[in-house]
Design a binder for this molecule. Sequence first.
Ligand SMILES: CC(C)(COP(=O)(O)OP(=O)(O)OC[C@H]1O[C@@H](n2cnc3c(N)ncnc32)[C@H](O)[C@@H]1OP(=O)(O)O)[C@@H](O)C(=O)NCCC(=O)NCCS
Length: 202
Amino acid sequence: MELDEVSLTDGCVTPAGADRIVPPELSDGDLRLRPWRQDDLSALEPVCGDGAICRFTTVPRTYSATAASAWIARHEHYLADRISVVLAIETAASAGPIGTVWLFAIDDPSRGPRIGCWLAPGERRKGFGSRAVTLLVRWAFEQLDVDAVYLDSELENRASRLAIQKLGAARHSYVRRDVRGASVTLERRILPRATFARVPDG
Ligand SMILES: CC(C)(COP(=O)(O)OP(=O)(O)OC[C@H]1O[C@@H](n2cnc3c(N)ncnc32)[C@H](O)[C@@H]1OP(=O)(O)O)[C@@H](O)C(=O)NCCC(=O)NCCS
């Protein structure tokens, strides 16, 4: 989850009578997305403290089973309040999750819906991030009342910026965000439903 997503009442509007989101299980062959489970705790250990991940997310900076368990448990509240869907990324070859992809601020057009993703350090640049984002965006367009998704990247985060560009997302705006007391500029790109429909599978 992103840093500004910690609070459950964080400006996200839950429409009256809105239903809890049922998290999907999605797959494109050997890559699978599914909800994080409490028996995944150890998969978080190698990424706790990773600079690129912890900078913008609530992944614990220091691993403990308690902190990892609380991080996973929060996802259930986000679903109930229609704030976000957070899914673990795993492959046929992996012993458990190797990353996370999420859709945030689903019902809040002033802040989203936004997509985010991280992979454990040894799993980057293998195409998993692009495939995971593609699966989740396709699901959002098919199952939710979503016409476009936004993808933010810090200007200095070359991998993130280039991965987002490669998905075909068009530059939308620059946004400022407070990150741990410092104001940073993010490039925001947009992927509308119509554009995404032209992205080939696989
Ligand atoms: C950003 C991130 C999710 C991208 O996922 P990924 O699985 O590594 O990216 P992919 O393998 O799908 O790469 C897709 C394209 O992005 C570009 N790209 C990705 N990583 C790159 C890098 N390190 N350098 C240059 N280009 C890169 C390439 O164009 C690549 O396509 P190609 O391999 O065919 O040339 C991953 O690098 C990551 O977890 N980074 C740390 C966390 C983070 O910064 N998340 C974003 C903010 S929350």
